[in-house]
Design a protein around this ligand. Structure first.
Ligand code: ARG
Length: 588
């Protein structure tokens, strides 16, 4: 369905033309004075300059031409030259019935569906998932769902950090502990055991121990670097160990992401890009893009318009080792070969912005991606504690994601039991569902690039701009609909009728914004816009609910109409929270 604002703009264009003015001035927007009107057009002010007339004269002429429109019930020209409008209730409800009858609730699919690869999550193998990775997972998942809803072919890649010194560290530490393991025997030619020589708990202890030790012990670090080198150059035993590390880690990661309702199509990592490096480097050299500078191989990526320095992109270090940049470039080679995406979106900590500026420029300049491939970086800010500093545990350590989720669920459980006792099992299940909404909404409702304060108490509150508030609203609607059914009501096939009071109209107007919000949120890769919308919608619904008889009304037709309206509100809210990556319980 066309967006309501577009329909109004078309109607306005006709009126401008009829009054003898250029249609380009006809853009209609939401009113910024909702006390006076619902929509407005400011075009007369701009047109006044071209036509050398007082804006109010133009506005009056256009308003008069618009007078006959059956989309509007009120049109007013107001000084200095605004055209203020109110929608006709009949037109409004025909629009809503259109939405209600459409399985996409009036939101059109992308005309040209694209293949969009989204790189998010980005956990590092063998290191526990911590809150730093939480934001990437939550935001990325939501963008993927949003894109999918808009009809694009979205491919999520977790892009594991599975390459580099951390692997060498684990190998060396393991060797110290269990030197007898067959993986360390260079003469060994047989098959390696299928079972990993460690559990996830051991692995998560091995890495930090090794990492701490390497910072104090130079020789140990040397050993780890050597092991990393040998691993990367094909030493069999080490590669077998890498296989185990990956498997054990990924199993654990999948469990964690499942708790977050986050799923990836691809479980690729930095190591998958390595085979593409030699040919890529050779090509960069052959084509003359890469040159040697102080022993390293680099590509210049600065541009004249730069306001801050953009250093050359280092492709290989002087010792021939590849870097994070090299891996990301080679990953683009791989992605083009395997998936040929129209666009790649990276959801990564904003502190990595310069890295991506370099990678994107280099990829474009050297033809690693096609000219028309869009590369987008969505950098997110830090999640801070109440003290305004990066979120830590009470002891000051890095908070593991699982514990953070547990904290939220416990608080949610307490709140649920406090407000509405239910049996333990149901309360636990509900706390999990609602807790996830608290966590995700708390994050997604902020513009991604901003830092935000993680506040369990606020996030889990059922009042204010929170996930639980949205869920309460949905649960309220569900329970009214259920009660209606239990009373033998049936509104199948009934239509929404013109509104009868202000709050009903306000709710209706809010609903019509759905398609525009989704389109815009996707274009700007901005899930916070979906949050802002459902918060407004939930507020509009609750106001309507408090001021209007729904099941209590005697008028059967009005009752059916309101039931349809509730049903539509529910569908819109549920579609939005699904895009945000959480769901509503049956009751709470
Ligand atoms: N593993 C990286 C980190 O923890 C994030 C990876 C982001 N994606 C990428 N293609 N570089 O910082």
């Amino acid at each position: 369905m066309e967006k309501l604002l577009d329909l109004l703009t078309q109607e306005m264009a006709k009126a401008f033309a009829e009054a003898g003015y250029d249609e380009k001035y006809a853009r209609v927007s939401l009113s910024n004075r909702p006390d006076l009107c619902e929509y407005q057009c400011n075009g007369a002010m701009a047109a006044a300059k071209e036509y050398h007339k007082a804006p109010i004269m133009i506005a009056e002429a256009v308003a008069k031409a618009l007078g006959g429109s059956d989309m509007l019930e009120e049109v007013q020209a107001v000084k200095p030259g605004f055209i203020n409008m109110k929608l006709s209730p009949a037109f409004l409800c025909s629009y809503l019935n259109g939405m209600d009858g459409d399985e996409r609730l009036g939101c059109s699919q992308a005309e040209h569906p694209e293949t969009i690869l989204i790189d998010y999550g980005g956990p590092n193998v063998a290191k526990p998932l911590h809150v730093g990775h939480l934001r990437s997972a939550i935001i990325g998942e939501s963008i993927k769902r949003l894109g999918r809803f808009m009809g694009h072919h979205m491919i999520g890649d977790v892009h594991l950090g599975d390459w580099g010194l951390q692997m060498g560290l684990i190998i060396v530490e393991l060797k110290k502990r269990q030197p007898e393991l067959v993986y360390f025997d260079e003469a060994y030619e047989g098959d390696y055991p299928e079972e990993a020589p460690f559990t996830i708990a051991e692995l998560e202890e091995i890495y930090p121990t090794a990492s701490a030790r390497s910072k104090e012990d130079e020789a140990y670090k040397e050993e780890a670097m050597q092991a990393t080198y040998e691993l990367q150059h094909g030493r069999r035993g080490y590669q077998a160990l890498l296989g185990h590390i990956l498997h054990v880690s990924v199993t654990d990661l999948k469990r964690n992401y499942a708790n977050l309702n986050v799923e990836f199509e691809l479980w690729k990592g930095e190591s998958d890009a390595q085979p593409y490096i030699p040919a890529m480097v050779q090509e960069l050299k052959d084509k003359g893009y890469a040159y040697e500078s102080e022993g390293a191989l680099v590509v210049d990526v600065k541009e004249d318009s730069d306001t801050k320095e953009v250093p050359p992109c280092i492709i290989l270090k002087s010792d021939g080792a590849s870097l994070y940049t090299t891996t990301d470039l080679a990953t683009l080679v791989e992605r083009r070969k395997l998936y040929d995406p129209d666009e790649v979106i990276y959801v990564v900590d904003k502190r990595q912005e310069m890295h991506f500026v370099q990678v994107f420029r280099c990829a474009k300049k050297c033809g690693i991606v096609k000219e028309e491939t869009k590369l987008r970086f969505l950098g997110f800010g830090t999640m801070n504690g109440k003290d305004g500093k990066p979120f830590k545990t009470r002891e000051g350590g890095v908070m593991r994601l699982e514990y953070l989720i547990q904290d939220i669920n416990d608080e949610m459980y307490r709140k649920i039991q406090e407000s509405r006792p239910m049996d333990r099992e149901e309360a636990e299940k509900t706390a999990k569902i609602v807790g996830l909404s608290a966590l995700k909404y708390g994050d997604l409702s902020n513009q991604a690039s901003k830092d935000y304060i993680f506040d369990v108490d606020r996030f889990t509150s059922s009042e204010g701009n929170t996930g639980p508030y949205i869920l309460y609203t949905i649960v309220r609607i569900k329970s009214i609909l259920k009660k209606y059914q239990e009373e033998g009501g049936n509104a199948d096939g009934a239509k929404i009728q013109p509104c009868e009071n202000e709050s009903e109209k306000a709710l209706m107007l809010e609903l019509t914004k759905f398609n525009g919000v989704m389109e815009n949120a996707f274009e700007e890769i901005a899930p916070h816009k979906v949050c802002a919308y459902i918060y407004d919608l939930a507020n509009a619904f609750n106001k309507f609910y408090h001021e209007t008889k729904i099941l209590g009304t005697e008028d059967e037709a009005a009752k059916k109409s309101r039931i349809r309206l509730l049903g539509l509100t529910r569908k819109v809210l549920e579609t939005c929270i699904d895009v945000l990556g959480f769901e509503a319980p049956e009751r709470m």
